[in-house]
Every structure is written in structure tokens, then in C-alpha cells.
Write a protein that binds this ligand. Sequence first.
Ligand code: HEM
Length: 411
Amino acid sequence: MTTPPQDTGSARDLTQGLTQDFDPRAPETFTSAHALYKEMRSSCPVAHSTAYDGGFWALFRYEDVKRVLDGRALFTTSVQNTVPRFAFTGRRPPLHFDPPEHTAYRRVINRFFTRDRMAALEPRVRESAVQLLQPLIEAGEGDVSIDYAQKFPAHVFAAFFNLPTELAELIKEISAAYVAAIQIVDTDNVVRLSRRLYQIAQAVIDERRAHPLDPGHDLTSALMEAEYEGEPLPPDMVLGCVRQLLVTGMVAPSVFIGNMFVHLSGDPALADLLRADASRVPAAVEEFLRLYGPYRGMARTAREDVTIGGRLIRAGEPIALVYTSANRDERVFPDGETFRLDRPNLARHLAFGGGVHTCPGAPLARIMLVTTLAEALARTSAFEVSGEITMARWAEWGTNSVPMRFTAAAR
Ligand code: HEM
């Protein structure tokens, strides 16, 4: 059973102006944000923060987040789609667009994440996973975030986007610096690095023009060829879309993968259970996605005044959808802070968002995560965290560094 949001009205909004209910910039440990969010869900589920130039609202409960995701008439992504707002260098479909404009891009993108395509890509994803994991396991130690999670997505993207691995690695490096600059609100570097990513996206498009690939097999070529209502997609928006695709999918796996290893280090019985029965790894990954979802600053903007959880949100004010908190909401996921392998309603989690902007890359993300975990478990008899964990900062949640010790499986 879920509890609907309570629109009880709040005198505080009307008489005291906007408050600082929480600070997204506070330093965090692996557990602190979730402890805070549990408290916020009960005491201040629709919170305001004065951080980031003008402040923003944050929704911590599942039903409130869901209401915004499902309420397209009232909420838009075209004004501000992340908190903090950093799209200074241009609009990038599909995330920055609402339907119907948004639909034109998603139609093309969705075709590249079908079951058949994913099955065809899986061996290359697995090969990359093994190639990067094996040296850590053989050495008996390594940083699973720095040495693995921050490298692996570039290899997968090279295969998925038909790019040379060196170029994908460069994109990964610049994306990581771009995200780090956003996290510390270093505007000059955000703009500089974003422009650099645009240049790379343009170079990929130029390369396709010079050496065409089959648009049935290459997403960049498909966007360049696509039409919507009889017209080609505008070249600057194709560029924005390639720029977004190249970066978006690199970020989340990098901060997510280490979380699974931290969890399993603290629960070796679960690791052994999954070693004994690899068919349960996909279910474990799904529960890890619920527990450790990396996005908390994806945003919408209210098109008109709206009351959520008794608080008045004015037209034009940004609203962060704190998926990281909604996924542990005990009103929807009983005992939500705890890992459970067979949650009956696990499919309701919002790690990949919901509504029209639901992550198109989810099938690829799942293959990346499942192959990583399955290969790491099969090749080890044990592993444990061996040093200090470093966390990413808002708007992402997850690990930036996880030093680990590995015991290789007996062969
Ligand atoms: C662990 C991995 C991933 C997670 C947790 C994740 C999560 C998300 C979430 C929550 C959204 C919705 C944003 C919103 O509500 O505003 C999203 C959108 C998106 N994701 Fe992912 N993602 C992952 C991997 C990927 C990958 C591998 C790709 C591409 C290869 C990708 C491409 C995109 C794109 C293009 C959008 C924008 C969709 C739209 O606006 O219609 N993601 N992702």
C-alpha cells in the first residue's frame, strides 16, 4: 500500500518565505545521504534548499516524484533539467525537450536498445569487463571505481557508438572533468569542457559524413538521416543529441559500480550466494539499482503554481526529483533501507526515471552491471574494501574511489 502525498497546506510557505531545509553541498559518507533522506521523507518530504543561485525544491517521497514524472502538463524539462542548472552551451535533446519535439529523437534512439541489439553487443561488453577486471584480481588489489568503473563505460561506448577506443576514453576523461566541475560549481570549466564535448560530437558527425556508416547500425548516422513529419532533424539539434548521448551514459555507471562492491564487501554471504547461483545476479543488480541509484538532481520546472505535499511551488521554480530517496521510500518498498533479493514490487523502482524521459540506455546499463558483477564474482572467492571510500557529490550519488583487496578464485 502506498500513501498519497498529503496536500495539507503549510502556513510556513506563506508567512516565512523560502527556507533552507537541507544543504546538498554538505560532505557525505557512503551512508550519510540515505540517513538524511530517510529523515526528510518523514519530516520534510517536500524540501527547499537555497543552494545553487536561487535555490530549488527537492522531492524525497516516491509518490511526489511519481506525480511530477506523470504530470507532463504541469512540469517541463525544457527550462531546467538538472539542479544545479548548467546547460549554458545549448539545448540537448532528448533530455532538454518535452514532447512532441522530444518524440522525434527518442524514436531514433529507442531503436538502438532493442533486445536483439543488446544480445549482439553483450559479448563485447563482457570482453571489456574481463579485460579490465582481471588485472585487479591478479594483482590482489586495486580501486574498483578508479581502475574499473571509470574506464569500463568508455570501452562499452566505443563498441556501442562505433568509435575508436582512444576517442571514447578521451570523451570519458572530459565528461568526468565536466561532471566534477558541475559538482563544485566551477562555471568557467563547465562551459569550457562542454564546448570541448560539442567539438568532439561535431568531429564524430563530420567523420560519419566523410565515411558514411549504415544508419541501421550506427546511432549517429541514424540521427543524421532521421526525419520527423517530413523534415530532417535540425543539424544543431542532431549535434546536441550526439553530445548528450556521448556523455549521459558514461556518468551513471562510473559512480554506480563501486556501490555494488561496497555492499557485497559488507555482506559476504550474499556474495557467496550469488557465486553459487549466477542466475540471481540480474535480480541482485536490480535491487542494487533501487538501493544505490545514482541520480538525485534530475529536475523539472513547474509551468504554473502547484502545491505538493502542502508546499506551494511557484511557476518557474526548479524541482529536483530525488530518485535516490524515492527508491527507499518505505511507503512503497517495505523495509526500504534493506537489500532483499526477491522484492515483489522491485520493478517500480525509479533508478532509470519514469515517464517520457525514462532512460533509453537502461538495457545496456543492465548488461554492463550484470556482466561486471557476474565476472567479478566468478573470478574471486572473496573481496573487501581495504581503504577509505570517496563519494561523488550532488547531483550524482555514488562512489568515486573504492580501494579493494581481491582473493582470486582457485582455478
Ligand atoms: C547505471 C546506469 C544508468 C542510470 C542509473 C541511468 C539513469 C537515467 C535516469 C534516471 C534518466 C532520466 C532523467 C530524468 O528523469 O530527467 C536517464 C535518462 C537518460 N539516459 Fe540514462 N542511466 C544510465 C545509463 C545510461 C546509458 C548507458 C545511456 C546511453 C547509452 C543512457 C542514456 C540516457 C539518455 C539519452 C537519457 C535522456 C532520455 C530522455 O530525456 O528522453 N543512460 N538515465
